[in-house]
Structures are given as structure tokens and as C-alpha cells.
Design a protein around this ligand. Structure first.
Ligand SMILES: Cc1cc2nc3c(=O)[nH]c(=O)nc-3n(C[C@H](O)[C@H](O)[C@H](O)COP(=O)(O)OP(=O)(O)OC[C@H]3O[C@@H](n4cnc5c(N)ncnc54)[C@H](O)[C@@H]3O)c2cc1C
Ligand code: FES
Ligand code: FES
Length: 1398
């Protein structure tokens, strides 16, 4: 063997040698880096492999080739022991000396960071991909640059919740060989075609990779035998690397038999992202065993060692090629993410499938390809079919040695025989990072009929049909269907019968689970086989819809008057005010010529104005480079004071119960446990309060007292020396509950209504005297229709986090990722029972918030502070992703019932709405939700409207504010009503929208004269007409119709809609201070969470201080670099307000303008005096120097809303979305989105475009991919990245055009600007509407076919309305869309074909 054993783990971290003695084998690389080193770039976003924020680059030396292999890994899944002998590079290590890497500067220059929490992981992902291209080029003599399509895949394994991805994709593509910078989006490297050349040169290139960079000292450790035995809290934990099979069995036997403990073979350890509770005590690393790493190709098969990574397998399969291997490689590229695949082994996947019933793709496709496996014990090896292996179990002491994948080449070459191999997977993300809801692999050997043969189709000679992810224990073969088809000529009738058999077969194996029904799985499986075999049928073209002449008497319109057509638009819409300046700047490409499904394009347009220079310039974001290099400090990155303890919640496991006993004795005996803090530990003068909303004077308790109201309700916090120990101890707290007296928990709004469980009721009426009054009659009436709007989780990438540090004399400093420092300070005062001057809350930056870091983060901070206060020790509390999701609420689910009256042109005469909102258990926002919903539902001119909404108290965690809170639900209800009226009348929904669009008069009536402002600045009509024109809506609508006539199984939909959104800007405070060196510091109450507040405020300060030289600053300047905006600190700037509503930036700008006015007034006499002293106007520095010498006050405070500017106003926008729906699976692609948004005179267009794009994509998540689900016991089942799917690059529009309207400069607004943070979320309702249109087209085809009983069950068809109406709740997940398209549409089609043939 000749290898030495080492008990120390040795590796390089960012070039520096690390040697770890006595390391705990359970320690992940991420935990080591974050807890034990100064590098904080790798972030913990999920801890389960799903977000990519922890990605690092791993380099390994290969002694045989003497080369270096490099790839990215998720450091959260990798044990630190597994990097022995490797070099690890975090984003900090990408820097070249002190200089940032080219990827860092481009992320900043393309405005591709907002909160910046995802950015380090993204930087490493991009840099690593570029290095891979560079290595490939060296090996193969190709270009070192990727193509743009390749570049777009660089971040497929990373989630960014803020940006909407467009700018990050631009960064990736900026490195591509076939992209010009003019094709890319808004950036600081290039501004106009004139200076393209000079600006382009400021793009820093990426340095080529050199193997010599690999630390030479590590070469000695390659392939070394690692043997670690570490005693942790009394338990021995072992890591051993086995280098041969005998060694492995030897270790296995000794460890498992002698000591009766868990022995875990480890390859990539990626299974730890799924089975997080499994923490073995013995790890046997099997990576270095040659038999398990083999890749041997013979004439008939490829033998793949079980420890071969999926990435290596993909490369090999691609190199060999052929129908089977190429398709396998294509499919494998969609398994997990590249970061996971680089480590995940084939064998690990098959074992997880066999032992744990994992919903594997790998097992299904290898089964479909007819693979066999070698299973080895200490004494022998056996080769068995994969099918038998999966059915398991194998001998206890066996190991999976290898997989043999047949190439089937001998069959693919014979005369007219054809080998067909195809694989399928359904998942919300096309390029992976989401397990499939069903997958399949089909292999067929067919005899193609000769052209002059009398047989009309091909003969099936051999067939394998494998299906997986069925909710059942392992993939299966559909043997009955295989048997039926074998030997048959494939024709319509044969296919029809095969599909019937298959449906039965899948239905008997598939199971309903918490996420998908067996019926859905069976319908998609049937669709897969239909797709596979239809090409073999020569009788008919099965892609074309049936002719509408075969319709079975379906009438899409109303029975009475039958108004089926309408004139489009109402013409005179152009009444927006004229802009002072006409300059408009555009970046990016419209890309009409590109294949929208293959590549991504974006275009951004915005007005330019120098009126308030440097305000309105697309200045780069403050701190963006620091975010990319990982040097930006988030709360969890703050170095811990000595002796810091860690806290974890002790959550309730019941949704509604009395607490009868809490026993913490076992928990306190747990390793590292320090204390249990509960309601009993609240100080004598303190209160059990965790947050407070002063606006409504409502609050929540921090800890449960004698009852619990939801699963996850904190009974207290467990405090220990590490977070892991705190979690382990918390799990040992024994709680006894009595569920017999409080009744059944209430989980839904229906339950709440039945039990009269309401927190608050809100009434509204318009156009009628009161809610009880009669409404104005229309020609038609839809009565008591219902629609449901789902919930949404914030998914800020940085989980809730606090560090509380107690100080002398009952003082405390709390560092919190919180968007309401002032409120937090106040509530800490109540909870701790100390005066506010004892409490200092500091917030530097948040890793995203979206409203989620208001009241729930206060609860976390208070719990943490109570522990710190009691124990007199610093305490950190950072929630893990699952706890964060379970506890922190989100957008509330709502259900609307409506009755609507309307005329035949779609003009609504009256609307009556009744909305139930699921407010959850806690109370903080009980009243606000109702108010916001009322405002949002006024978005169309309903003429007369009465409304009742009720916030229900239920036994789920309290819901809260999330970006455009209650507004998106209200907007969705309004749009659903419009769609319903349109389908009832058989009208185009666009025309119904247009007749109900607000005029300035109706806006005044609905929102009041103050919010409506002057008619000159009412931009809705202008926005609407401009978007119709610029998006070419009418022409594209015709193209969509034409497309749908030609395609049966893929349908398109297009929709245009507008928004009116009431914005409100509360009081803001700021202080501006000038130092002796003329640098300026700005403090405010606004927290920076990625929305660009600091960047905008700095521009406003620069503009305002320039007014020292006169109104337009002519004659002098205060450079942006002189101005620093600093973290919130409630002691330094007291009573400074909170951050919410998307209007803090503008309010804070107004506050700093006012502060600067005071400073300018102070400085002006000094300037005037200096100007008399010579011809040159004195510099900023000179003026400040003089003022300081005279002891003039150089600090001033300012407040917003001093000058009577409009604090409540309406913002308008509009969107056109075009989508494509896969009728066989329910998958949705967004082909194009065109948005126009009126941000007034945007303070920073780059920031605002980022807000518009990011909001829109978050809205796409709400409507398409994100679904919040509880089980019947009130347990959140969508509690992590495995089950909850925020959008990735797969879900964004392929063509994404955003325009900031060149609107008139409204002097009633701060710097003539309007907020852009929240309203654009609503524009994503257009995506939902477009999906509805596509489904409508799909259903029209099925309506042309004979309906069956099963078809009738497919969806909720509204009674008494037009037959084309169907209820479509949010969100339109794949299963929902498929269900609405028809679970049985293929069967009907086949039936129709069969009948029409005979
Ligand atoms: C975020 C994420 C997304 C994913 N998405 C998908 C997906 O879409 N489709 C899909 O198919 N998979 C998916 N996976 C699963 C992934 O493919 C597996 O986690 C991976 O293949 C397991 O390999 P590993 O080397 O990391 O196994 P490990 O975690 O090291 O081991 C897994 C198990 O197998 C045992 N084991 C490993 N090798 C052997 C052997 N040779 N003999 C006996 N026992 C062995 C181990 O003891 C352990 O119990 C995903 C994983 C993650 C983390
Ligand atoms: S923290 Fe590792 S992938 Fe999310
Ligand atoms: S910038 Fe990507 S998550 Fe915030």
C-alpha cells in the first residue's frame, strides 16, 4: 500500500496551510470556515445544498497526471475531513493580492448585487466556471472563453432572492466569446456607443489558470490514509479513509461489530443535505478505492465505479457519445446542481434510493438503460440487475462496487432497426436543483417500416419503460405495458390501449404524497409515453389540434345575448404630463431574433436627467465590491466576543394545546448545554413581549405561557456553547401537552369562518352609502364565485440573526438583522424592563428582508437578548433555514368570494367582495392587513363596490408583511374577477380591462384627492398605451393565436395588465456630519437591505451639498467618494424610524436634503467670503477647513415631511407577459415580459430597475413556483429548499424588457421620484393571466373532444358562467396547470383519433 496514516487534516484555505488536530468528523467545511477562521465569504443560506451561498472552489492534485483538478462544492455538505490534501478557495481567495477579481468588479459594475448575501457564492461559481473553460482550453486547444449559452449555466445552482438574475447573467455573459458589451444590460463599464471603446477597456479580464498556483506542500498529502478518532462530548467519532476493498471490509467489520455503532460509508456526503438528522459516529471514506473509481469502457458497456461523481460520469458519457450515453449525460446535467454533482456519487444515489426511497433520477434512467450492478462483500462479488438491487435489501456488510451501463450499440446498427432512448423529468426548474415529481426512461428497439411496406407503422421489438419518483419506494418498470407493446405495430389503437394499461399500472404503484397526487403522476407518465411513441405513428400528425368542427356543442359565451366580440381599446389614453427632459438611455437588446427558449436577453430603458446631479444617475451600489469579495460584514459574520453562547428555540410540537409540564433535565445534561430561558426568566420589570406595532398598538409574546398556538411556538430558548449543541439540547426538552380542552386547531380560513375565529373585520364601500346598500345593476351577474390566493415565504437569503452583548450597569448592545431598529429598541426596553438609553441596537446591513425582518426578527432578537441579559454573557442566535421557515410566517393566504354585475361590453357596474385572510396566531399585523387589502382591491374602477374582509385567527405562525403585503392578493382577486367577466362574455380580457381602467376622476373617488394628485401627473393611460405599442402587443397576440392553432401539446398565452398602487411615505430622520477633512458621514433610521437606500442617500447628499455653489451646484462639487452612509445605531441617532413600505429611500433622501440645507446655510457665508479673496472659487475642502476653524456647527439633523410634500400617492405600471405551457406536464416557461414602471424621476435608475426586476421575479415565484403547505396537524411541510422553490434562472422571462417611464417631473414628490421597491411585484399577475390564456387554449382543444366523466373531475368549472371559465387559484404550480389542462387530455385525444379514423 505504501501510504502513511495521518490523524491531522491538512489542507490549504485561500493559499494558507491549515492543520487540524482532533477534528470532529461531523464538522462541515462551512462550519469550520465560518466558526474558526476570519473568512466569512462562504455564507450559510440553507445548509442543505439548495441555495449555493456556501459554494467554494476545491482544487485537488492528481499524482498520476501531475495535473490539478478543480471544481466547486457546497461547503455546507462537505465534511472538513473530506478536503484533506486539497486547496479550498472562498471568494476572499479569488482576490489578486489586495485587488478584487474580475468577477468581483463585474458583479459590482453590472449592478448585480442587492443585499449581497448570495454574491460570494455566485462569485465563486462564476470564477470556477471560467477556470474550467480555461483548463479545457489548455487541454483541448479551444478558446478559453465560454459561449453566451454556456455562460448562462454558470449560476444554475445558486439562488438570488433580490436581483431577478438578469444582471448576474449579464456578468456571466460578459465573459463570453460571442457577446459584445452593447448586448448586455445596464453597467458602469459602458454608457453610450460613442465612448464604447474607452469604457469597454475598463472591463478587467479574467486571469488564466495556472497549475503552479496549487500549494506544493499539499502534494505530499494526496491519497494519504486519514485516520481520526476524536472524542466529542464523551462520544468517540471516527473518520477513516479506506484505500482498498479489503481495508474497507476490515474497518467495517471492526467498527460495526466491536462497537455497535453507526458506520457510514462516505463519498460526497451530499445525502446530509437531505437526511440531516443522521449523524453517524464512524465515517469510512471510500473515495480512494480504485475499484470504486473505475470508468471502464468495453464494446458493450461502460463500467462505472460506485464512487464516481455524477460530473465525472457526465464527462465520460459525453466523450463516448451514442444514443444511450448522450441522453444519460443530458439528463444527469439536470440532477441537483453542478456544485452537488461534483461530489455526489452514482453509488451514493443508488443506495439512497434503495435504502431510503429517495426520488432519484439516476436510478430511473439507469434502470431504463438496462443497467446491472456489482455488489461486493468481504468474500465475493455478485452482478445483479439494477431492478433487483433497488428492490433490495442487500447483505448488511456489502458494498455497491460498480454499475454497468450497456451501450446497446449492437442493436443500433442493424438495417432498419432503430434504437430509441429517451428520458424525462418533471420539475419546476428545467435545468435542475429541484427533485422531480415524476421521471422516466424509455428504451425501445423498433423495426422501422420500409416506405413501400403495407404496414403503416413501426414494429416494437424490445422495450423497457422505467418510471421513478412516484412516491413509492423505488423506480419501477411498467412491465404490463412493455409486454402489451412488444411485437406490436405501433398505430393509433395500439398506442391508445398501451396508454390505458400504463395509466392503470402507474396508478397502482404511484402514491399520493404531501406534494403530488398519484393521479398527477400517472397523467404525466402517460404523457411521456405518448410523446415517445407518437413519432412512430405515420397515420396522422399528432401535434396538431383537432379541428374545431369536431366540437361537441360547447359554447364559450353567455346564453342570453351572446356578445362574443368587442372593439379593442378606448382610444384617447395619452394624457400623461410631458417630461422636462427627453433623453432616454437604453441598455441591452430586445432580442426579437433570438430563440426565446434557448438564450436569455434583457433590455433596460430609463430617462436621464441632470437636474439634480448626481441624483438620477445610475451610480454603482455602495459596498458592492465588498459584498462580492465576502468582506461585507453581516450580523452572523461579526467576530464573537470571548465566551459567546448560542441559542436555539425550543418549539412547540402541537398546534393548539395546554402546556402541562416542561422537563429540561435531560436537555441541560446534553453536551455543551448552559441554560434554558423561558417566560420565567423575564426580568422582574420586564414583560413577555417580543414585538410591537405602534401604528396599531398590537404586539406578540416572545414565549408561550401556559398554552401553545401553533407548531413551532417557542416555549423558550436553549443556550449552549455551540449552535449545534443548542439545537441538540433543545430537542431533548420534554414537554407534556393537554390537547383535550382547547378543541381542534384551526388551520384554514374556512375552519376559522366556521368557528367564528376572527381577529378583525374591515368594511369598505364606494359609490354606495354603506356596505348594506344596493349596488348598481348590470346586464349580467356572476354570483358567489370564489378564488384562493396562496401564501409565500420571504426567503430572504440571510436567515434571522442576532448577537446580544450585555454590558455594565444593565446595558446591552444588540446587533440584529432587523429592518426596524427603533421598534426593536423599544420592545427590548419593555421585555428587559430597562430604560431605552440602556439599549443600543446596531444594524449595518441585512441579507434581504422583503418585510420579513420586522416583527419576527424582533421576536428572535428579544429571545436572544433575554438569554444574554440573564446569563450576563454574549449570546448569538441565528436560525437555521428550516426553523426560519417554520417560525417566520410570510404572505398570508386569502380567499375571496365575489358577486359582480356587468354590462355586455364588460363594464363592471357593481362589485361585492368578501375576503377571508389567514392571519395566523399572533396579532402584530391583524389590522394592517385589512387596510392594505382594501387599498389594493381598488385597482379597477368598479363603479360601485362594497367589501368585507376578515383577518382570521388560526393555529399557524402569525403571518406578516411581505413585499406589497395584501396588495398582491387584492390585485390577484381583482384580475381574477376581470378574467371571469371576460370569459363569461366571451370577450378578450384586454378589452374588459380597458373599459374598467381608472380615469383620474375615478382614482380621486377611490383613493382620495391627495393620493390621486394632479391630473397632469396621472400616468396610467400613458403607461398602458405606451406598453401596448412598445411590446407590439396586438401583433404578438395574433402570433400566439396562430401558434396555438398549430400546436396541440404546447400552448402559449399572452396578457397585458396595469397596476395602480397606493404608496405611503412615513416620517424619516437623518443626520449629516462634515468632518475636518471635508469627508461626510450620514446616519439615518433606514436600514440597507439591498434596496439601494445608502446609494440613493449618498447621491442626494452630494446633490444637496453642491447647492452650496447655487441651485444647480455650478462651480463646485462634493464627490460621492467623500460621503459615507453608516449603519443604524439607535444610540447615535435616536428615534430615527423603521424601514418598510418601499418608500424609506425617498423619505430618507428628503431628510438628508433638509439636513444638508442647514449645513449649506452654515457654510454659504464662508464660501461667499472666500470668493472675495481671489478669482478661483474655493474648493469644498477649503470651505470646510475654514468653517471648522471658526467652530461652526458641521452637523445637522433633518426630517422628512417637513415641506408638505405628498406622502401618499399612486404609482402606475403595466406589464405584458407571454408564456408557454407544456400541456403534457404542466410546465411553464416565460417567453417574454415587457414592463413599464413609473418611478417618477428615479433617484438611481440602476437601483430602481433592479427593484422592478427583482420584485417581478419574486412575483413569478408567488404565482408559479412557490407553494406554502401545512399538513393536517399544522406542521409546515414546505420548510426548506427541497420543498420550497423560489425562482432560479430557469423561471425568469427569456426576454426581459424593463422601462422606467419618462414621466413628468412632479414637484410634489421628493426629487420628483416615486418608490419602486414593492409595487412591481404585482406586475407578475400578468404571468398568471397569461398562463390562464394558455390553459384556456389547451382546454379549448379538449372541449373539441368528447367529454368524459374523468374530464369533468379535472377542474373546478364555475357554475352559471361561460363554459370557458375555470377557477385558477394562485399559485399555478405544475400540478395545478396540468390538472387544468386535463389529467386525461391525452386519453381523450386518442379516443377522438381512434373514432375519427374508423
Ligand atoms: C441539493 C440536492 C439536490 C439533489 N437533486 C437530485 C435530483 O434531482 N435527482 C437525483 O437523482 N438526485 C438528487 N440529489 C441526490 C444526489 O444525487 C445524492 O445525494 C448523491 O448522489 C449521493 O452521493 P454521495 O456520494 O454524496 O453519497 P453519500 O452522501 O456520501 O452517501 C449516501 C449513502 O450511500 C451510502 N453509500 C455511498 N456509497 C456507497 C457504496 N458504494 N456502497 C454502499 N453504500 C454506499 C452512504 O453510506 C450513505 O448512506 C440531490 C442532492 C442534493 C444535495
Ligand atoms: S448553505 Fe450550502 S447550499 Fe445553501
Ligand atoms: S443579492 Fe442575491 S440574495 Fe440578495
Amino acid at each position: 500500500m505504501g501510504v502513511t496514516a495521518n490523524s491531522n487534516v491538512v489542507f490549504a484555505l485561500n493559499g494558507e496551510r491549515v492543520e487540524l488536530k482532533d477534528v470532529d468528523p461531523q464538522t462541515s467545511l462551512l462550519n469550520y470556515i465560518r466558526n474558526e477562521t476570519d473568512f466569512k465569504g462562504a455564507k450559510r443560506g440553507c445548509g442543505e445544498g439548495g441555495c449555493g451561498s456556501c459554494v467554494v472552489l476545491l482544487s485537488k492534485y492528481d499524482p498520476e497526471s501531475k495535473g490539478v483538478e478543480e471544481f466547486t462544492i457546497n461547503s455546507c455538505l462537505s465534511p472538513v475531513c473530506s478536503v484533506h490534501g486539497c486547496a479550498v478557495t472562498t471568494t476572499e481567495g479569488l482576490k489578486q493580492g489586495k485587488d478584487p477579481h474580475a468577477v468581483h468588479t463585474r458583479l459590482a459594475g453590472f449592478h448585480a448585487t442587492q443585499c449581497g448575501f448570495c454574491t460570494p457564492g455566485i462569485a465563486v461559481s462564476i470564477a470556477a466556471s471560467l477556470r474550467k473553460c480555461s483548463r479545457k482550453a489548455k487541454d483541448e486547444g479551444e478558446t478559453a472563453l465560454p459561449t453566451s449559452v454556456e455562460a448562462e449555466t454558470f449560476i444554475a445552482g445558486n439562488i438570488c432572492r433580490c436581483t431577478g438574475y438578469r444582471p448576474i447573467l449579464d456578468v456571466c455573459k460578459s465573459f463570453a466569446s460571442n457577446v459584445d458589451i452593447e448586448d448586455l444590460g445596464i453597467n458602469t463599464f459602458w454608457e453610450s456607443s460613442e465612448d464604447a471603446k474607452s469604457k469597454k477597456s475598463s472591463l478587467k479580464p479574467c486571469q488564466p489558470v495556472k497549475d503552479s498556483e496549487f500549494p506544493s506542500f499539499l502534494k505530499n498529502y494526496t491519497g494519504e490514509f486519514l485516520q481520526i478518532s476524536s472524542v466529542q462530548s464523551g462520544e468517540e467519532r471516527v473518520w477513516k479513509s479506506a484505500n482498498t476493498l479489503p481495508q474497507l471490509f476490515d474497518i467495517y467489520q471492526r467498527e460495526s461489530e466491536e462497537k455497535t455503532r453507526d458506520v457510514h460509508f462516505v463519498v460526497g456526503n451530499t445525502s446530509s443535505g437531505i437526511y440531516k438528522d443522521f449523524r453517524p459516529s464512524v465515517y469510512v471514506d471510500i473515495n480512494n478505492i480504485p475499484e470504486l473509481q473505475c470508468l471502464v469502457k468495453t464494446d458493450s458497456a461502460l463500467e462505472v465505479g460506485a464512487a464516481v461523481s455524477l460530473s465525472k460520469l457526465i464527462d465520460t458519457l459525453e466523450d463516448i457519445g451514442g444514443p444511450i450515453f448522450s441522453q444519460l449525460a443530458e439528463h444527469l446535467k439536470k440532477v441537483a446542481s453542478e456544485h452537488v454533482r461534483n461530489r455526489a456519487s452514482v453509488g451514493g444515489n443508488l443506495i439512497m434510493t434503495q435504502k431510503r426511497g429517495f426520488a432519484s433520477d439516476v436510478a430511473t434512467i439507469l434502470l431504463g438503460a438496462g443497467s446491472r450492478v456489482t455488489v461486493t462483500t468481504a468474500n465475493d462479488s455478485t452482478v445483479i440487475d439494477l431492478e433487483d438491487f433497488l428492490a433490495g435489501p442487500c447483505p448488511q456488510t456489502s458494498i455497491l462496487q460498480s454499475v454497468q451501463i450497456p451501450s446497446w450499440v449492437q442493436f443500433s446498427k442493424k438495417g432498419s432497426e432503430r434504437l430509441l432512448f429517451q428520458t424525462y423529468r418533471s420539475s419546476p426548474r428545467l435545468s435542475g436543483n429541484a427533485v422531480s415529481s415524476i421521471n422516466a426512461a424509455f428504451l425501445a428497439l423498433v423495426q422501422i417500416s420500409a416506405p413501400n411496406c403495407s404496414e403503416p407503422g413501426s414494429e416494437m421489438l424490445q422495450l423497457r419503460l422505467a418510471f421513478g419518483a412516484l412516491g413509492s419506494p423505488h423506480p419501477i418498470r411498467a412491465e404490463k405495458t412493455e409486454k402489451y407493446l412488444s411485437g406490436k405495430i405501433i398505430c393509433v389503437d395500439v398506442l391508445r390501449e398501451a396508454l390505458r394499461i400504463l395509466r392503470e399500472e402507474i396508478s397502482s404503484s404511484a402514491k399520493d404524497d404531501k406534494f403530488h397526487t398519484a393521479e398527477y403522476r400517472a397523467s404525466v407518465g402517460v404523457g411521456y409515453l405518448f410523446q415517445f411513441l407518437k413519432a412512430l405513428i405515420t397515420e396522422t400528425n399528432m401535434d396538431i389540434p383537432p379541428p374545431s368542427s369536431s366540437m361537441s356543442g360547447v359554447d364559450d359565451g353567455p346564453s342570453e345575448n351572446g356578445a362574443h366580440t368587442c372593439a379593442n381599446g378606448n382610444g384617447a389614453m395619452m394624457n400623461g404630463g410631458a417630461a422636462k427632459e427627453s433623453g432616454v438611455r437604453s441598455f441591452g437588446r430586445n432580442g426579437h431574433e433570438i430563440d426565446k427558449r434557448k438564450s436569455f436577453m434583457g433590455k433596460q430603458s430609463f430617462p436621464v436627467s441632470n437636474e439634480f446631479y448626481p441624483v438620477a444617475q445610475p451610480a454603482g451600489k455602495i459596498g458592492a465590491v465588498l459584498q462580492a469579495t465576502g468582506e461585507a460584514v453581516f450580523v452572523d459574520d461579526i467576530p464573537l466576543p470571548q465566551g459567546t453562547l448560542h441559542a436555539a428555540f425550543v418549539p412547540s410540537s402541537k398546534a393548539l394545546a395546554k402546556i402541562t409540564a416542561v422537563d429540561v433535565s435531560d436537555a441541560l445534561a446534553s453536551p455543551g448545554a448552559a441554560s434554558f430561558i423561558s417566560v420565567k426568566d423575564i426580568p422582574r420589570n420586564g414583560q413577555n413581549v417580543g414585538n410591537i406595532l405602534t401604528m396599531t398598538d398590537s404586539s406578540d409574546k416572545v414565549f408561550a405561557e401556559d398554552t401553545v398556538g401553533f407548531v413551532g411556538h417557542p416555549l423558550g430558548v436553549m443556550v449552549a456553547d455551540t449552535y449545534e449543541h443548542a439545537v441538540q439540547a433543545a430537542a431533548k426538552v420534554k414537554v407534556e401537552y393537554d390537547e383535550s380542552t382547547l378543541g381542534q386547531p384551526i388551520l384554514t380560513v374556512e375552519d376559522a369562518a366556521a368557528k367564528n375565529s376572527f381577529k378583525i373585520t374591515k368594511l369598505a364601500s364606494l359609490g354606495c352609502a354603506s356596505v348594506g346598500d344596493a349596488l348598481q345593476k348590470g346586464d349580467y351577474r356572476i354570483e358567489n364565485a370564489e378564488v384562493y390566493a396562496g401564501g409565500q415565504y420571504h426567503f430572504y437569503l440571510e436567515p434571522q440573526t442576532t448577537l446580544a452583548v450585555p454590558d455594565e450597569d444593565d446595558c446591552i448592545t444588540v446587533y440584529s438583522s432587523n429592518q426596524s431598529p427603533e421598534s426593536l429598541q423599544f420592545v427590548l426596553g419593555l421585555a428587559l424592563g430597562i430604560p431605552l438609553h440602556n439599549i443600543r441596537v446596531i444594524t449595518r446591513r441585512l441579507g434581504g428582508a422583503f418585510g420579513g425582518k420586522t416583527h419576527k426578527s424582533q421576536l428572535v432578537a428579544v429571545a436572544c437578548a433575554l438569554a444574554a441579559f440573564k446569563l450576563k454573557k454574549p449570546v448569538r442566535m441565528t436560525l437555521d433555514r428550516n426553523t426560519d421557515m417554520e417560525y417566520c410566517g410570510g404572505r398570508h393566504e386569502s380567499k375571496a368570494r365575489y358577486t359582480v354585475e356587468f354590462n355586455k361590453d364588460g363594464k363592471i357596474t357593481a362589485l361585492d367582495t368578501y375576503v377571508l385572510m389567514n392571519g395566523g396566531f399572533e396579532d402584530a399585523y391583524m389590522d394592517v392587513l385589512g387596510i392594505l387589502l382594501v387599498n389594493s382591491m381598488k385597482c379597477y374602477n368598479w363603479n360601485t363596490w362594497r367589501h368585507v374582509s376578515k383577518v382570521c385567527r388560526t393555529n399557524i405562525p402569525g403571518r406578516g408583511m411581505m413585499r406589497a403585503p395584501a396588495n398582491i392578493q387584492g390585485n390577484f382577486f381583482a384580475e381574477s374577477i376581470i378574467e371571469h367577466v371576460a370569459s363569461f362574455l366571451g370577450l378578450d380580457p384586454t378589452s374588459v380591462r380597458e373599459v374598467n381602467l381608472h380615469t383620474h376622476d375615478s382614482i380621486k373617488r377611490f383613493y382620495g384627492p391627495i393620493a390621486a394628485g394632479s391630473e397632469e401627473y396621472f400616468t396610467l393611460p400613458k403607461v398602458w398605451q405606451r406598453l401596448k405599442d412598445s411590446s407590439d402587443f396586438e401583433t404578438r397576440k395574433l402570433s400566439v393565436e396562430e401558434f396555438n392553432h398549430k400546436h396541440m401539446w404546447v400552448k402559449r398565452g399572452i396578457s397585458i395588465m396595469s397596476i395602480v398602487y397606493p404608496n405611503f411615505c412615513g416620517t424619516r430622520l437623518a443626520r449629516v456630519t462634515i468632518y475636518a477633512d471635508a469627508s461626510v458621514v450620514v446616519e439615518s433610521g433606514g436600514t440597507e437591505m439591498g434596496q439601494g437606500l445608502f446609494t440613493k442617500v449618498r447621491q442626494a447628499v452630494a446633490y444637496a451639498l453642491c447647492r452650496l455653489w447655487g441651485q444647480n451646484g455650478a462651480g463646485g462639487q462634493v464627490p460621492l467618494s467623500k460621503i459615507r452612509v453608516v449603519q443604524n445605531d439607535t444610540v447615535s441617532l435616536a428615534n430615527a424610524g423603521n424601514t418598510f413600505g418601499g418608500t424609506t429611500s425617498e423619505g430618507t433622501c428628503e431628510a438628508v436634503l433638509n439636513a444638508c440645507n442647514t449645513l449649506v446655510d452654515t457654510l454659504r457665508p464662508v464660501l461667499l467670503e472666500s470668493q472675495t479673496e481671489g478669482p478661483e472659487s474655493p474648493s469644498w475642502e477649503a470651505v470646510v477647513r475654514k468653517a471648522k476653524a471658526r467652530n461652526l456647527p458641521l452637523s445637522a439633523q433633518g426630517q422628512h415631511s417637513k415641506h408638505g410634500l405628498q406622502t401618499a400617492y399612486i404609482v402606475c405600471g403595466a406589464a405584458v407577459s407571454e408564456v408557454e405551457v407544456d400541456v403534457l406536464t404542466g410546465g411553464v416557461s416565460i417567453l417574454q415580459a415587457d414592463l413599464i414602471y413609473d418611478a417618477g424621476k428615479s433617484i438611481n435608475p440602476a437601483v430602481d430597475i433592479g427593484q422592478v426586476e427583482g420584485s417581478f421575479v419574486q412575483g413569478i415565484g408567488y404565482y408559479v413556483t412557490e407553494e406554502v403547505k401545512w399538513d393536517e396537524n399544522g406542521v409546515l411541510i414546505t420548510n426548506g429548499t427541497w420543498t420550497y422553490k423560489p425562482p432560479t434562472t430557469d423561471n425568469i422571462p427569456h426576454q426581459f424588457n424593463v422601462e422606467l417611464l419618462n414621466s413628468a417631473a412632479d414637484p410634489n414628490h421628493i426629487l420628483s421620484a416615486k418608490g419602486a421597491g414593492e409595487p412591481p411585484v404585482l406586475l407578475a399577475t400578468s404571468v398568471h393571466n397569461a398562463i390562464r390564456q394558455a390553459i384556456r387554449a389547451a382546454r379549448a382543444d379538449v372541449h373539441h373532444l368528447p367529454p368524459t366523466a374523468a374530464d369533468r373531475r379535472d377542474s373546478k368549472v364555475e357554475k352559471g358562467s361561460g363554459a370557458s371559465h375555470f377557477v385558477m387559484d394562485s399559485s399555478a404550480t405544475m400540478e395545478t396547470v396540468k390538472k387544468l389542462c386535463g389529467f386525461y387530455n391525452v386519453d381523450h385525444y386518442m379516443e377522438w383519433l381512434s373514432r375519427s379514423k374508423s
